[in-house]
Design a protein around this ligand. Sequence first.
Ligand code: AMP
Ligand code: MG
Length: 420
Amino acid sequence: MALTISQASCADDYDPNSMPVAKAREFIQAFLTPIAGTARVPIRSALGRVVAEDIISPVNVPAHRNSAMDGWALRFADLDAAAESNLVEVGACFAGKPFNGTVGAKQCVRIFTGGVVPSECDTVIMQERASANGKSITVAAGAKHGQNVREAGEDLVAGAVALAKGRIVRAAELGLIASLGISEIAVVRPLRVAFFSTGDELVSIGSPLAAGEIFDSNRYTLFGMLHRMGIEAIDMGVVRDDPAILEAAFREAAGIADVVITSGGVSVGEADFVKTLLAKLGEVVFWKIAMKPGRPLAYGKIHNAHFFGLPGNPVSVMVTFYQFVRDALLTLQGVSPLPVQPLLKAVCTSPIKKATGRTEFQRGVLYVEEGVWKVRTTGQQGSGILKSMSDANCFIMLHDHVGNVDAGSTVDVQILEGIV
Ligand code: AMP
Ligand code: MG
């Protein structure tokens, strides 16, 4: 039986009122199919994009057998294993300028890093292990057969997959593609994400605030995170808590984007009318995730678009984006394998009060003191305190089973740099 989204809320082995983080991530993953649509682009424009078709190496890399060192290329058989050997230098071989003579018995050629190793030679002696007196070269004992020779095709054999479909193009990949002489590749088209904020109290920057109103910050953090991921972000502004206006916004967003992200409106008290509305437009589940911050979260489909209803609190938006949305957006772009989010162990220097049964993402500052990785909290952890995210360079990730943390205990830390 196919999994339906509504099952995610009534899976009987889990209390729908308290969905564990890992379980919610699994459910979301089960509904994601990578988008179709590719474009051929010059490789510089591929930076940050996802490779759409395996890139096959048209050549051997390196193309020729070449030297890994400055020194002399020779035939190993000409060397005395136990004593110094004397050879005659018959030419030189620079990077890009091969030696075009023949290397005979007891002969060698001067060679520089990257220089093509003559076909008669099998070994390169680094210059520190030899001495020259004019053209007479003395090689120290103890050389090894094949030393300092890089074989043709050692990095990549012609016909092999140089870069598989699903890989993100970063600096190393750009260089790798260029090393194959390839100037254009197929990449996955940018994912389109439409987002808006909900709430009658919200005002966009540029307009004055009336009593009780606040500036909308979530659209800016979302814009930042989406842009850092190379996603086409469509900002739909602030939408009033009004069923008709909200319905129109959801319909429009789902019509123009692959993914719709909203913030606010999913907490208890607000969720009811949004629930009714979304039930009409698609299939959406409302979870209470066993986590802090970020407890309320809605996920589902509105027409063909994936939908993430993030909580309204500014810190919760970022935490839920990092824990649920990021990987989903990568998967939709066909990224495979998903980049791991490393967890580091660090000594927590702040005592932390924590209830078991939920995962907490405390904002922390990771630092090194006398060679030991340590972390402290940023202080006040309210989910409305966005400065705690700005001051933080990591989350102190306290798992479900963890209770109060004493100063000096070891905790898991998730580094924010590079997550998006
Ligand atoms: P909600 O989830 O809509 O109940 O909102 C929770 C809290 O987050 C409330 O204090 C809201 O005022 C605040 N909030 C909601 N949306 C935003 C936003 N876009 N920017 C800043 N604060 C917000
Ligand atoms: Mg609200």
